[in-house]
Design a protein around this ligand. Structure first.
Ligand code: GLN
Length: 211
């Protein structure tokens, strides 16, 4: 595993933060759970878990944590999944919702409809497999997932489902609409650790073709 000096926090306000901590631990990386602005001040990188973005926002607003977190995600390495990805987006639709606008994407919440709310499907990816996985598609666990419907010029698409981006990178930000923390395949968490260790960006699928 790449060595990193970063101290990685996992936002533990709501959602599946324990699964993120376990996934990082499986990669040999220590994390600490972050519940307050004081705890956030002790970390240098952050994972935003899946869960329910409206609930997270409501809880974050209680003690002004949202403003501190907004500054953090605009200036530090961040790995976000699902609801976390919604929090980072430039624009949130269905319904419109306030967000930190740190990642240049437009995202539509609960985009897969009622019948198809949750699904495990293979996603095409350019992220290499690693020690325990072959290259090629990885398991995508989608739970009431949002869909990325537009990406800005700085955003690289690293995995897709039905042609839509499901894993994107913009500089120090990595974000997935699915839940790599709930699969045994650790390549997305490893990629974030490699980003922290300063490895150059993965090649993407080329220019995004979305509106
Ligand atoms: N549907 C949730 C939201 O809108 C996200 C679901 C998830 O994180 N698995 O915030």
């Amino acid at each position: 595993m790449p060595e990193t000096e970063e101290r990685i926090g996992v936002l533990a306000i709501q959602g599946d933060y324990e699964a993120h901590a376990a996934a990082f631990a499986a990669c040999g990386a220590e994390t600490m759970l972050v519940r307050t602005p004081q705890e956030l001040a002790t970390v240098t990188a952050l994972a935003l878990p899946g869960g329910e973005s409206t609930t997270m926002l409501r809880m974050l607003r209680r003690d002004g944590f949202d403003a501190v977190l907004r500054d953090f995600v605009r200036t530090h390495p961040v790995f976000a999944t699902c609801a976390g990805c919604i929090l980072l987006a430039r624009e949130v639709r269905n319904p419109q919702q306030e967000s930190f606008a740190a990642l240049d994407i437009a995202i539509e919440r609960n985009a897969y409809g009622r019948q198809n709310e949750s699904a495990i499907v293979p996603v095409e990816t350019s992220v290499p497999g690693g020690p325990d996985r072959a290259d090629g598609p990885m398991e995508g666990v989608f739970i009431r997932a949002p869909r990325i419907v537009a990406t800005g010029p700085e955003v690289a698409t690293l995995a897709t489902r039905d042609g839509f981006p499901v894993l994107v990178r913009q500089g120090r930000i990595l974000a997935a609409t699915f839940h790599p923390e709930l699969s045994e395949d650790r390549r997305v968490h490893r990629l974030f650790l490699e980003m922290l260790a300063g490895k150059p960006p993965e090649s993407s699928f080329g220019e995004p073709s979305l509106p």
